[in-house]
Design a protein around this ligand. Structure first.
Ligand code: ADP
Ligand code: MG
Length: 675
């Protein structure tokens, strides 16, 4: 039975040779890779019935092919394959569409297994497009069992993957176990070899569940072990200590045009104390849209400037970077310090700047300013978990071992249930209070009938010099029926709202054009800005009082909340209209929940419930690619794996007693470092 996990897929028989190329495109090269490609669900085809009558649901029949032929249907000009089958009890007709090769594979007299629905028709029993498999000596693979379903890409079918995986199965027992024996024993986990057999070809759902638990455990365990390892590496490092000059900070606060909220004070003071220690800070500030995170970061950056150190402030978009640059420059007026901007399109001299504001351009090779004591990442959820590590590893170590303090900010909080597990190496602060005088944005879910009233409202606001955002899911017209594009919508509104100035903004425009439009909207003649989600995060236009979100069902809760946060940024009353492109019940349910939720903390829990972790963190969150099987609601497993990591690393932080784990984790850490 021995089969090496290293065996190239092309050596797995005729099928392997044929599928090697498309599988390589999916990153699968060897038998071992295939085995590690796990199914995401099962189809239960395990119920076998005789040809006695119609079935309720999916069943498998064992029968003999009596006749089979392929012909072209007259009406639809489509290739139809028709067969009659029989067993000891009865007979049935079978039809397949557009699969003429079936009549080459299956011949009269063949014994077959067919899985599908048995339906009663005037001419007798019928099966339409059943899964099929010739009877053979071993257990069936595609029928008559719990059949694994894989995600596929390109021209591959799940049946092909399943078939070639079945050929690779004998390599399962030769794969090296990745979890130490004591963990398997202590946590009752299935060993790798049998877990792989069970997850791909389970005898029962219990089998599949037992195997799945092992893989979910493994995933979360390694995710957290990497976190612990990173934290340990960090603890060995030093950061530049930034003395907390309370008097100077008080003066700075006194110069602000507003009084800080208690939460802002508490969080800022906490950060300033962190900076004082030589231990690198890793802190995530969670605060609702408009809760005033920028000024908290500004205080920390100012503290660094006071002692001659530099700070970097990184934003996810150019628009936001420019806006931060303007805000920070204003705050620094009357101080001896200045800020510089660094984006893909604008690179200012930064040698004498205490604060460098920018986008990803801050991460480009060769840009390594000296004396960076603090890195602030705004809208952290847009950057991804992995990027934090990358950023850390790219910044100058200095001649000594010092690394910068790290401050991240987000209005997309991580639900409590996940925070500890996923960010074990980060400290959290929350800004739950809003600055005084803010009115909640009046939010409503609208249908076609409400549009006229909405347009009247936009006109009335424009008459008072107030502004409206209209957000569309797409840039230009597309085949996605009914989904509005920014270009079309701008054209339409120019007619419907004639007399008002309508601007268009989207990500494919040149930076200069974007800047000009934003300026015309923020301070100038534009009444309405039709845009894509380029305005999603951070954009601050106090005169904007109305937000219209077209195709609202296409956005996650956190994203809708961010979009809504573009209005209600002054003491003026504001409104947000959610205009879904269709009214499917689950869409309405989700949007209603959004209308009722009270803040970003509640919304992040809702998002998790409605859409799972992918929507929370976005596809770009590279770190989460490792959490394929993760079920965020599974608090018990999160707790169990966390405990396992803690038990392991508390006694033996360098994993000396577990050379295999150590090798795996340090190799991965090294890879991150080199990326
Ligand atoms: P966010 O947390 O969404 O990043 P910002 O930092 O952009 O919020 O702040 C939103 C607005 O509130 C800004 O115009 C800012 O000047 C103002 N602001 C911040 N703190 C206060 C405060 N304590 N009182 C009044 N206004 C404030
Ligand atoms: Mg902000």
């Amino acid at each position: 039975m021995g089969l090496s996990p290293e065996l190239p897929i092309s050596k797995l028989g005729v099928l392997g040779a044929r599928l090697a190329k498309p599988l390589r495109a999916m990153g699968l090269l060897t038998a071992g890779d295939l085995l590690r490609y796990l199914p995401f669900r099962y189809e239960d085809l395990s119920r076998t019935v005789p040809l006695a009558g119609p079935s309720d649901g999916l069943v498998t029949v064992r029968a003999r092919i009596d006749l089979i032929r392929t012909r072209r249907s007259a009406r639809q000009n489509m290739l139809l394959t028709e067969a009659t089958i029989s067993d000891e009890v009865g007979s049935a007709k079978v039809v397949w569409f557009r699969q003429p090769y079936i009549s080459k594979v299956l011949k009269p007299g063949d014994r077959v297994l067919l899985s599908g629905k048995l339906e009663s028709k005037p001419w007798g029993l019928e099966m339409v497009s059943p899964a099929y498999e010739k009877e053979h000596a071993g257990a069936p693979v595609h029928t008559g069992r719990l059949v694994p379903v894989y995600s596929i890409s390109g021209a591959l079918t799940t049946k092909q993957i399943r078939a070639v995986l079945h050929l690779a199965l004998p390599a399962a027992d030769a794969l090296e176990e990745t979890l130490p024996d004591f963990l398997l024993a202590r946590h009752g986990l299935e060993p790798l070899g049998s877990a792989l057999r069970k997850i791909h070809f389970p005898e029962s759902m219990e089998d599949a569940e037992v195997a799945d638990r092992r893989f979910r455990f493994e995933e979360l365990f390694f995710f957290q072990l990497r976190g612990a390892w990173a934290r340990r590496a960090l603890e060995r490092k030093r950061a530049l200590a930034v003395p907390f000059d309370q008097a100077a900070i008080r003066d700075f606060v006194a110069s602000l045009p507003f009084a800080l909220t208690d939460d802002q004070k508490r969080v800022a003071w906490r950060i300033l104390q962190d900076l004082e220690a030589g231990r690198p800070m890793q802190r995530l500030v969670e605060g609702d849209v408009g809760s005033g995170k920028t000024v908290v970061a500004a205080m920390a950056m100012y503290a660094c400037a006071l002692v001659g150190y530099r700070s970097l402030l990184m934003a996810p978009t150019e628009i936001l970077a420019e806006q931060h640059y303007a805000t920070i420059s204003r705050l620094l007026e009357g101080t001896p310090f200045r800020a510089a901007l660094r984006t893909a399109s604008r690179k200012e001299a930064h040698e004498d700047a205490s604060i460098v504001v920018g986008t990803h351009a801050l991460l480009t090779k060769g840009f390594l300013p000296k004396y960076v004591a603090l890195v602030v990442v705004d809208e952290q959820h847009r950057f991804g978990v992995g990027q934090r590590q990358t950023l850390l590893s790219k910044l100058p170590d200095g001649e000594k071992e010092e690394i910068p303090h790290f401050l991240s900010m987000t209005a997309t909080p991580i639900p409590r249930s996940l925070a500890l597990a996923l960010y074990g190496d980060v400290d959290f602060s929350a800004l739950r209070q809003m600055p005084p005088g803010r009115r909640p944005v009046e939010t409503s879910l609208i249908g076609e009938r409400d549009r006229a009233a909405m347009m009247a409202h936009v006109r009335a606001e424009a008459a008072h010099g107030r502004k409206t955002f209209v957000v569309c899911p797409l840039i230009e017209a597309s085949d996605t029926l009914g989904v509005k594009s920014a270009e079309e919508e701008a054209e339409r509104l120019r007619v419907e709202l004639s007399g008002l100035e309508i601007g268009l903004l989207h990500g494919r425009m040149k930076s200069d054009a974007k800047r000009e439009i934003m300026e015309r909207f923020a301070g100038g003649d534009l009444h309405v800005l039709v845009s894509t989600t380029v305005i999603e995060v951070g954009v601050d236009v106090p005169m904007a009082t109305t937000m219209v979100i077209e195709g609202a069902e296409r956005f996650g809760m956190a994203q809708l909340h961010q979009l809504r946060g573009r209005v209600g940024r002054s003491s003026l009353p504001s409104r947000c209209y959610l205009a879904p492109s269709h009214g499917a019940p689950q869409v309405i349910e989700r949007l209603r929940a959004f209308v009722q939720a009270k803040d970003c903390f509640e919304l992040s829990e809702l998002d998790l419930r409605f859409r799972g972790p992918g929507s929370l963190f976005g596809e770009s969150q590279s770190g989460f690619a490792d959490l394929q099987r993760f079920r965020p609601g599974d608090a018990a497993l999160i707790e169990e794996t966390r405990e396992a990591v803690r038990a392991l690393t508390e006694a033996d932080p360098d994993l000396e007693a577990h050379p295999l784990l150590k090798k795996k984790i340090s190799a991965e850490a090294e890879k991150v470092h080199l990326e």
